[in-house]
Design a binder for this molecule. Sequence first.
Ligand SMILES: CC(C)(COP(=O)(O)OP(=O)(O)OC[C@H]1O[C@@H](n2cnc3c(N)ncnc32)[C@H](O)[C@@H]1OP(=O)(O)O)[C@@H](O)C(=O)NCCC(=O)NCCS
Length: 332
Amino acid sequence: MSKISAAITAVGAYVPEYVLTNQILETMVDTNDEWITSRTGIKERRILKDDGKGTSYLAIKAAQDLINKKGIDPKEIELVIVATATPDMKAASTASYTASEIGATNAFSFDMDAACSSFLFGMSVAASYIESGRYKNVLLIGADKMSSIINYKDRATCIIFGDGAGAVLFEANDENLGLQDEYLRSDGTGREFLQATYGGSSHKLTAEILENGGQYAFQEGRTVFKNAVFNMADAAVKILERNNLTKDTVDWLAAHQANKRIIDATAQRIELDDSKVMMNIQKYGNTTSATLPLLINDYESQLKKGDNVIFAAFGGGFNWGAIYLKWAYNSK
Ligand SMILES: CC(C)(COP(=O)(O)OP(=O)(O)OC[C@H]1O[C@@H](n2cnc3c(N)ncnc32)[C@H](O)[C@@H]1OP(=O)(O)O)[C@@H](O)C(=O)NCCC(=O)NCCS
């Protein structure tokens, strides 16, 4: 009997309409377009302006885009996972609300959080459910309303992040296409360098904390940068070596869009030509859990059945890794 593999068979995405450009940021904090572009590669990002709408709004839109494109009946979806670092609320998962709103009434659902590696780790989880033979399909959504935890007076973070969502459908495949191998790691000693500290169970929000902006995300950019460059590139190298892949047999690198210099460094380590490196950071900034599905949504028409795609990510925690996936379809 051939092994069941877990392949991506559809993609969908959503980004909010409002465009926050570098020029607008220049009027908000002490920064400039030249600095942001040369240090990060980001030109603009999307922001969900409506305070009444949370991450589920983005997740639902991305899932509906996928459902319409694929023409799947949402009642056939068996599991909905929302990968996110910014859930709608602390209790009552974003995934269960999302699943109901899209009509996935026969599914169970849960959220998962590994900061900027949430979607990458979510790919591993989704694939495992299918490879085990227990479920035929899993809808994995990466969604973040990063603007809900960003201080727009802090130039170290507000220039980087944006809001967005992307969704993929994993289905059982008998041609050995889909997820082939993974290398995933965590190191909790890194958590002090990138975190949204207050409002969880260990640090409560007080009036004084709120006054000082303690509810927002904080990062020590230089340390995060160094760790991201080293670990993302290292994970990519390991996954290539383990699978006897070379710069010629890898078709695409889909790397977490946190900083163009980090992506370039990863591509250089595996000697990959620029034409094989997916890039959309200039349009969306770092959308945390949404960067990988937004990439494959943007590049879907160029992906061909059998293409070797390397996914890589690094994020707060620290959490990082790489996944090797064989693309399973030609887009219509
Ligand atoms: C945040 C980041 C872009 C900063 O770039 P950097 O080259 O490391 O810049 P530094 O923090 O060393 O700062 C360099 C100088 O620019 C200044 N600066 C920082 N932010 C600035 C901004 N938005 N505009 C203008 N100047 C800025 C600093 O104050 C510093 O000035 P100084 O030399 O006079 O002290 C970069 O560190 C980064 O991308 N880190 C990783 C972020 C990331 O991936 N986060 C998510 C993890 S998934």
